[in-house]
Design a protein around this ligand. Structure first.
Ligand code: AHM
Ligand code: MG
Length: 284
């Protein structure tokens, strides 16, 4: 089996460089927009260039697809692996200095979720952190004194306490509203920053809860993109002992992906909250 260590090392180098850019570069918008129609920050473009540059040094990587680029790009025709990434997720939070992240999905054989062999995310917060999901375990690293130090493995409890409901509330379905209300009625606490990476990281590290970005009347297919955001976190949550489902209760990891920027409604959580989501709003 191909070792993923060089890829993890390239992600660590990119993370360090992006962290430096966030600290030192300005937070202005550029004159460009991406495939999803979002106006790009200069930092979105810089982060994308940094990651592409680090990945281009690795002959094992055949193709990359970025949330910031319209089309996938072949790096090494004889390479084996495909990597989809969101270079700077949540970048609209940068100006108010909230945490943001980078997300990576690594595939062998095509872009369908079933071909994913590893997923990684980086959190740029008060600290620089990285989480890898690979070989049956979800590993957590914190950047200290010039290197990423490995911490305890990440495992979700059966049931958590946090509720992170995304999107525009007055566009929710009545079923989705009912799910969110039921969780609050059971004592769940609201934790939603608007950054998928720190919001999902918080649920993973605090033992469990629910993050949802549903189908809404303004966005019937949700907002979060399968390749760049949904599949990598579905892989990570399942490996951590949780579950990740779509609008009909189906496993997100079983969804096909026919277009790189396709989105999907999504629910990530520990087993209790996902069972509840299936019962209350995610039905066939
Ligand atoms: P981005 O890729 O343009 O940064 O958008 C993705 C972000 C996620 O990090 C977050 O979960 C979501 O958008 C928040 O959206 P909303 O403000 O609609 O809840
Ligand atoms: Mg994103």
């Amino acid at each position: 089996m191909t070792s993923l260590e060089p890829i993890f090392e390239a992600i660590k180098t990119s993370a360090f460089r992006i962290h430096e850019a966030i600290t030192n570069e300005d937070t202005d918008y550029s004159a460009q927009s991406n495939q999803s129609g979002d106006i790009q920050l200069k930092l979105d473009i810089i982060s994308d260039l940094i990651i592409a540059e680090e990945f281009s040094k690795l002959p094992v990587i055949k193709t990359i697809a970025s949330e910031e680029k319209e089309e996938a790009e072949t790096l090494h025709p004889d390479g084996q692996l495909l990597i989809a990434y969101d270079p700077l997720d949540g970048s609209s939070l940068i100006d108010v200095n909230l945490s943001v992240g980078s997300i990576f999905g690594i595939y062998d054989g095509g872009w369908d979720a079933q071909n994913m062999i590893a997923a990684v995310y980086v959190v740029y917060g008060p600290r620089l952190e990285m989480v890898t999901a690979y070989h049956e375990s979800v590993r957590h690293y914190i950047y200290r004194h010039g290197r990423f130090k490995e911490m305890e493995l990440i495992k979700l409890n059966e049931k958590g306490k946090l509720n992170a409901p995304g999107s525009t509330q007055n566009c929710w379905s009545s079923e989705h509203k009912a799910l969110i209300e039921e969780l609050f009625d059971e004592g769940y606490r609201l934790r939603y920053s608007g950054g998928m990476v720190p919001d999902l990281h918080q649920i993973l590290l605090k033992g469990g809860g629910l993050f949802s970005y549903p189908a809404t009347s303004d966005r019937p297919n949700g907002k979060l993109r399968k390749l760049f955001e949904v599949f990598p976190f579905a892989f990570i949550y399942e490996l951590a002992g949780g579950e990740a489902i779509g609008a009909k209760g189906e496993r997100l990891m079983e969804l096909p992906c026919s277009e790189p920027h396709e989105s999907a409604p999504c629910y990530f959580g520990s087993k209790y909250e996902i069972a509840k989501a299936k019962d209350v709003c995610c039905k066939q």
